[in-house]
Design a protein around this ligand. Structure first.
Ligand code: GUN
Length: 283
């Protein structure tokens, strides 16, 4: 069986085109959405992500303001910058690229961002609103995944959904979005017993563990929809996901490729949040 490939690159283009039209109308009314992107240090992967976010801003007509800070910057200096951006009317969204250097407390930094400018949806206020079913922003990667699942035409309601990974960025908010769609949600993690067995129950399987090709075809129920959030660089430089793609394609009904699946949709949803923030801030 050949799985349907859920093309995130193509879908993200359609989302960005729609957002571009919305931004053009906003600009005509004198409002240009703006996103501040802060990167600390010179992690090569973070650099690529930040460049892709800036490029998406350009495509859509969002102003992007980059702050590339030295790896040795003090936590207080970073928080001072966030406080300035919180008050800057040209900046509607603020994003701090993670991970941060070890001497900086990530929580302190994320808490400093004005929740109304939290385009990543990482602030506890936004995480809490998501949990009680009244979100202001949608978490970018999980929201992009819901759009990709929608491409398959399946209705999540009543389906067995298994999320592998419990990070604050993906696993936990993903489980909330699937629950909001009335899925029956199980979250697996490193201490889960019989993980392959639980995965085999899934109609929708989301792999977000950060371990290359961890999910084998044998973990997948025939006909399941498989979403691969992983981005792992092997020693031979090959980029692979958390799912063993070839064996998964034999069993799944639909699957996201790596690259070109979840990644581009994360960025499209970040753009959507930035435009929404600009609308909320400008009435
Ligand atoms: N690092 C890995 N994923 C993300 C993300 O979605 N947003 C930010 N800011 N940093 C990340």
């Amino acid at each position: 069986m050949g799985a349907k490939i859920l093309n995130g690159t193509e879908l993200s283009k359609a989302v960005k085109q729609e957002l571009g039209e919305e931004v053009r109308e906003m600009v005509q009314r004198g409002v240009q959405p703006g996103l501040a992107v802060i990167i600390v240090g010179d992690d090569p992967a973070s650099r690529v992500y930040v460049n892709n976010k800036k490029k998406a801003c350009q495509e859509i007509g969002i102003a992007s303001f980059e702050y590339a800070l030295d790896a040795n910057i003090k936590e207080k200096e970073l928080i001072d910058l966030i406080n300035v951006l919180n008050k800057d009317a040209k900046v509607n969204g603020i994003l701090v690229q993670l991970p941060l250097p070890r001497h900086i407390n990530e929580e302190n930094v994320l808490y400093a961002i004005d929740p109304g400018k939290d385009a990543d949806c990482f602030h506890p206020s936004n995480a809490g609103r998501l949990m009680i079913g009244n979100p202001m922003f949608m978490p970018c990667t999980p929201a992009g995944i819901i759009e990709l699942i929608n491409l398959t035409g399946i209705d999540i309601q009543g389906k067995e959904c298994v999320v592998v990974g419990r990070s604050n960025i993906v696993g936990k908010p993903m489980s909330m979005l699937l629950l909001a769609k009335n899925g029956t949600v199980t979250v697996c993690h490193s201490k889960t017993r019989d993980l392959p067995e639980i995965c085999r129950r899934a109609d929708v399987l989301v792999a977000a563990i950060g371990k290359p090709e961890f999910i084998k075809g044998s973990f997948i129920k025939p006909g399941a929809v498989v979403i691969d959030v992983g981005m792992n660089r092997l020693e031979n430089k090959k980029l692979v996901g958390d799912v063993e793609y070839a064996s998964a394609c034999e069993v799944a009904s639909a699957i996201t490729p790596v690259p070109g699946g979840v990644g581009p949709m994360t960025i499209a949803m970040l753009m959507r949040n930035t435009v929404k923030a600009a609308r909320l801030q400008n009435g």
